[in-house]
Design a protein around this ligand. Structure first.
Ligand code: NAD
Length: 505
């Protein structure tokens, strides 16, 4: 099937997995069913039972058994199984893309062209690490040997958001299992099924039962039960900064366990007057804030631009935003997908209105739309935003660009640095010294120069936040180091000799 035949996808025909995925099989138990809605038309598509303590406990127990079986395999075998799993993802890419698109904001053509292939590559990338993890030998006298071993935590709890459900879960579970752990994943209750289908493929690939488990339910019930479970040794979370604070408190209350947090952002794109082709820059800026309708943690939600080119650049971005086509995730024509929920849609509108009331100038957009039952928000530019305004302070998580202008290039860096968030930043300039100065001075975990956004090859370098954008890097070598703890071993030869003599006496 080609992308164009997927574009005719009839959402009602998308069959979804049932129950939770525990120990290599579907398990139907769960609390009261939760309806799962399609953001594209607001209709219910199915439901999931909510996992409480008992179901989460069963998943953790299955993961403990699965981890033991996984650890018994040779590292190379683990890598082979992960690569086989990636091949099955390629084989089933259309099913996965449909499951992803039907209840999320991911357009099916994008899910097919980018998200699902990225999942397969991520499994391969980390599968290749499985037999290349090494400990070290540290300095010691001749009579001793000091080893530093690296060991998995055991069971890792993985909690993910709704905005790129399949890919963001794979970001975590692939390095976690390559490091020798087993996982229990709690996907967002808004988008439960694509990661469940991914887990089914792990079983088909031959990963031992229980290495990958998926439980469904809300954060306060299922997510909390997972974080607090004593059998979970490590929690990795992607989501909002507010939720992360609850997770840290629960992880502490449950007896102290490490957490890694990938959180929100308010990322700046800094454009100097010497940036060159303004059309190319406008393409990056527009894509940076309208990709997935701005529902992206590292969305380029702030534009910090030299006053001399600001009007022209803002005009160009506004023209591109007006050309976007809102529509359901199952249409190939869609370039502006729906907002995930009515609640999130209203929040975007509230924050935009408040920023306008505070004095920002609305350059385009700003009017929420309903189309065939779905909630849509147009590409919106708020100009002349200052640091006291809501649009500067809050992560809006919609296609809303807040513009700040500078007259003195020396001002630019301090404007671009956000007092709270620091996930990513971009700088456009043809001056190499200025680019390096920005790369060093920007307080963000990733800085792009003369581009905005990640590409698949960026899987080789770490990604993660500064400040309230979180801690604990993902991606690259750092992504797998996160899931390993070190153990120091000292072997004392002199003592061993004495002991063996003692043994002969
Ligand atoms: P959210 O924080 O509301 O929910 C994320 C996940 O946490 C969901 O699975 C939810 O059910 C669960 N959860 C909620 N309360 C919980 C609790 N008390 N205990 C355990 N789990 C709980 O976030 P969201 O609305 O799903 O996603 C949007 C947010 O995620 C945005 O802030 C965005 O910036 C952030 N995000 C960050 C990244 C990144 O890589 N930094 C990527 C994508 C999204």
């Amino acid at each position: 099937m080609t992308t164009s035949s997927l574009a005719t996808l009839v959402p009602d025909t998308v069959a979804v997995p049932r129950g939770h995925w525990i120990g290599g099989r579907s398990v139907a138990e769960g609390g009261p069913p939760l309806a799962v809605l399609r953001p594209s038309d607001g209709r219910p598509h199915g439901e999931v039972g909510e996992a409480g303590d008992a179901v989460v406990g069963a998943a953790v127990a299955a993961a403990q058994r699965g981890q033991a079986a996984w650890a018994a395999l040779r590292p190379r075998q683990r890598g082979d199984l992960m690569r086989r799993w990636a091949d099955l993802v390629d084989r089933d890419r259309e099913r996965l893309a449909r499951l992803e698109a039907v209840v999320s904001s991911r357009a099916v053509h994008e899910a097919l062209a980018t998200d699902v292939p990225a999942v397969a590559e991520w499994l391969r990338f980390y599968g290749e690490y499985a037999d290349k993890l090494e400990g070290t030998v540290t300095a010691s006298g001749d009579d001793r040997l000091s080893l530093v071993l690296r060991e998995p935590y055991g069971v890792v709890g993985v909690i993910t958001p709704w905005n790129f459900p399949l890919f963001l879960a794979t970001w975590k579970l692939a390095p976690a299992i390559a490091a020798g752990n087993a996982v229990v994943v709690k996907a967002s209750e808004l988008t439960p099924w694509s990661v469940h289908a991914l887990a089914e493929l792990a079983a088909e690939a031959g990963l031992p039962e229980g290495v990958i488990n998926v439980v469904h339910g809300t954060g306060p019930v299922t997510g909390r039960a997972l974080v607090r479970h004593p059998g979970v040794g490590y929690v990795t979370f992607t989501g909002s900064t507010a939720t992360s604070a609850r997770i840290m408190a629960d992880a502490a209350a449950a007896g102290i366990k490490p957490v890694a947090l990938e959180l929100g952002g308010k990322s700046a794109t800094l454009v100097h007057a010497d940036c060159g082709d303004l059309d190319a820059v406008a393409d990056h800026v527009t894509w940076g804030i309208t990709r997935n309708a701005g529902q992206l943690c590292y969305a380029g939600s702030r534009l910090v631009v030299d006053e001399r080119i600001a009007d022209e650049l803002v005009d160009k971005v506004a023209t591109r935003m007006r050309a976007l086509v809102p529509g359901p995730t199952w249409s190939a024509a869609t370039t502006l997908p729906p907002i995930i929920s009515e609640r999130q849609w209203q929040r975007i509108d509230t924050l935009v209105r408040r920023t306008v009331e505070e004095g920002a100038r609305l350059q385009c957009g700003g009017t929420p739309q309903r189309l065939d039952g779905g909630c849509f928000y147009p590409g919106t530019i708020l100009d002349h935003v200052d640091t006291g305004m809501t649009g500067f302070r809050e992560e809006i998580f919609g296609p809303v660009l807040c513009v700040q202008r500078f007259t003195d290039p020396a001002q630019a860096l301090s404007l671009a640095n956000h007092p709270v968030y620091g996930l990513s930043a971009a700088v456009f300039t043809r001056d190499v010294s200025r680019a390096l100065e920005a790369a060093r001075g920007l307080k963000a975990g990733t800085v792009w120069v003369n581009r905005w956004g990640r590409t698949p090859e960026m899987m080789t370098s770490p990604f993660g936040g500064y400040g309230q954008s979180g801690f604990g890097k993902e991606s690259g070598r750092a992504g797998i180091d996160n899931f390993l703890r070190s153990k120091s071993v000292w072997i004392d030869f002199a003592a061993a000799a004495e002991l063996s003599q003692g043994g002969r006496r």
